[in-house]
Design a protein around this ligand. Structure first.
Ligand SMILES: O=C(O)CCC(=O)C(=O)O
Length: 409
């Protein structure tokens, strides 16, 4: 299976002429000159030291007042959907389908239990992220993410933005689903990524994430069964669509911040993927969702995973299910980790809503995941109107998409 990030690298489209927020070579952070490899590492280290030592955050991390974090916030009322019950009884499926239909028509967020993910594995994946982000910068930089790709280690000093930097570090990699008929779970490509990018010492961490990604794949395909039923398409429709997909796993690390009210850990964005499963770290909250014009928090609960609809599923459901703006805030006293699994189809599968007995006007054109990835990785910073800008770009590559300056890594 072809790796999406390689595809994006290999197809850098110099002919694209929209004003690009995210193209390689955009203005860099003033205090991080990028002109020599030797100084890159030192300057990146300086930036990371700023995380820990400064009383005030550096200017590039400051977000405008409108984006910054309010002092108090209400909790979002999200249903808790029992996926195990849905898979094992008709009554469980009927209840789960009704719950997700209501949540997805409104804001696209819900929590799941009965997902079958071993709590020890989930803890090992969170602990693995803690261990990784504590490593010396030079070690993490071995996996440094290249501009325009999704794979690798990035911190806010990274190359793409000059302002409104996110207060975070990330490690992302691809998880290709493997068909059962071609040797299910024989795959070790996540392990291979860790050892090739970081060295043989990272084999165990790679094994943890290989297993965690497989558990996430199982959980997300089970959720796809519920979504299919909820839209009247049956259990297999979306499960089959995503069964051979190529998903993305991202470990997020949000360091303690001296001025948490003036910055964000992850800026407001909608996920371009189909579905996101988020594991939040213990008791430390941070995820917030914009619903009816107000930010609401989604607090971590033991054993539950947070799920949200992404833009690709919004397109697949012709806008019936919502992909909602969300962000992550940071704390003065507490660091935080989260693990996000972004379910995506095979890169060249055409995304289009199924035929409907009551045809509705198409809201989005046909597209492939590879095209959407190229748009969001090279030309447009994901926000609340990514799909509209993308549709415009697909139709007319010179379309003047004017993205809001948001901040995700
Ligand atoms: O850390 C979180 O709570 C949200 C992370 C997120 O939205 C992302 O990684 O895209």
């Amino acid at each position: 299976m072809v790796d999406v990030s390689n595809f994006v690298e290999a197809n850098g489209n110099a002919a694209v002429s929209i004003p690009a927020m995210e193209v390689a070579g955009s203005p860099h952070v003033p205090f991080v000159p990028r002109d020599a490899n030797a100084t890159d590492s030192k300057n990146a280290k300086d930036v990371l030291d700023l995380w820990r030592q400064q009383k005030q955050i550096p200017a590039p991390f400051i977000w405008p007042h409108a984006d910054a974090r309010p002092s108090s916030i209400l909790e979002l009322d999200v249903p808790v959907v029992d996926i195990g019950a849905a898979l094992h009884s008709a009554a469980g499926m009927a209840r789960a389908a009704a719950q997700v239909a209501e949540a997805c028509a409104s804001h696209g967020f819900f929590q799941v239990t009965g997902h079958g993910v071993d709590p020890a594995l989930a803890q090992a994946a969170l602990d693995g992220a803690a261990d990784f982000f504590r490593l010396p910068l030079a070690t993490k930089q071995r996996a440094r993410r290249s501009p325009g790709t999704v794979k690798g280690y990035a911190s806010a000093h990274a190359d793409r933005f000059a302002a409104k930097l996110p207060w975070k570090e990330t490690l992302s990699f691809i998880h290709n689903h493997v068909h059962e008929d071609v040797g299910a779970r024989a795959s070790s490509h996540v392990v291979d990524y860790f050892t090739s990018a970081l060295g043989d010492d990272f084999m165990h961490l790679g094994e943890v994430y290989q297993e965690y990604c497989e558990a996430m794949e199982d959980a997300s395909l089970a959720i796809m069964e519920v979504l299919g039923v909820s839209l009247g398409l049956g259990r297999g429709y979306y499960r089959d669509f995503f069964a051979d997909g190529s998903s993305i796993m991202r470990c997020n690390y949000y360091p303690r911040c001296p001025e948490p009210d003036r910055t964000l850990g992850t800026g407001p964005h909608c996920d371009p993927s189909a579905l996101t499963i988020l594991l939040q770290d213990g008791e430390v909250d941070g995820l917030q969702v914009l619903v009816d014009g107000a930010w609401r928090s989604v607090r971590p609960k033991p054993g539950e995973l947070v799920v949200n609809i992404g833009d690709t599923f919004m397109a697949l459901s012709n806008g019936r299910y919502k992909s909602c703006l969300h962000r992550a805030v940071v704390h003065r006293e507490k660091e935080r980790r989260s693990l996000a699994y972004f379910l995506a189809p095979q890169e060249d599968r055409v995304v289009r809503p199924p035929p409907s007995p009551a045809p509705a006007p198409r809201l989005y054109p046909d597209f492939t995941w590879a095209e959407l990835m190229r748009f969001t990785q090279r030309h447009y910073r994901a926000d609340a109107r990514t799909l509209d800008a993308f549709a415009c770009w697909l139709d007319l590559p010179s379309c003047p998409a004017t993205p809001q300056a948001q901040g995700t890594v």
